[in-house]
Design a protein around this ligand. Sequence first.
Ligand code: F6P
Length: 319
Amino acid sequence: MKRIGVLTSGGDSPGMNAAIRAVVRKGIYHDLEVYGIYNGYAGLISGNIKKLELGSVGDIIHRGGTMLHSARCLEFKTPEGQQKGIEQLKKYGIEGLVVIGGDGSFQGAKKLSEQGYPTIGVPGTIDNDIPGTDFTIGFDTALNTIIDAIDKIRDTATSHERTYIIEVMGRDAGDLALWAGLADGAETILIPEEEHKMEQVVQKLQRGHERGKKHSIIIVAEGCGSGVDVAKEIETLTGFETRVTVLGHIQRGGSPTAFDRVLASRLGAQAVELLLQGKAGRTVGIENNKLVDYDITEVLSRKHSIDRDMYRLSQELSI
Ligand code: F6P
């Protein structure tokens, strides 16, 4: 293998730049030429491809977003779109591809692999919803952004003795909500993986109120529905004054944490290592702090699940 490509796709996540840097530097270290594909699969189809040098990835390790830009590309879901992408890769003589992204990006990588094109998936998403790794690139940074925001909200919540509902991202996964709730001592955490009854949420709030609690923090994962609806229901059932914060895309930006930079560097480099070993159709990840790789089809057939022990603990600590 002489020439490889790298692209980022789907929702960006802090640490993607560190992963791109690792792919480029590790590739060049092993005498490969590395090409950057801009705008995800859309750029692959249109041939938005440029050679990257050592200096192209200088001064990006600490930056959020992705220097290669990203896109959600419907055309690449079609066999025609995939064919166009493969033709571009052949035109540029690119023999292996590293795809950094989440579930949708991995679906594209799987399609390329099925058509005999060597592709490795690197999990990059704030949602932490990719099987085959304990953590995805960007999760830790997003989590810290959420915690920083909740700490601030807590100050004003105490001053005004209100109930605060905070809606966090995560698509269908509750990891961001669960970890943030545990880290911030939230009274209630609503995640899509666990059923919840509003009467119980309300009872808990009322018990706290009777004990003289000055404020309550409720974290709602977006996969459970809207924080605004939860707030309305609580207000109707309790008469408590509520306020809602939807953290939104602030969670996707910002300088990656040290954890995400190190994770991204390890996973990006490992993806190149696998291509050099002639492996294809794999995903990279870390489990118990060790690098692992799995068949991409198998990873996509697995369902992501939350850590039930952590959820139980969050319940026990927020009585
Ligand atoms: O997958 C990352 C993510 O931020 C999800 O948490 C969220 O549901 C989604 O992307 C938002 O996507 P968009 O930026 O396209 O609105």
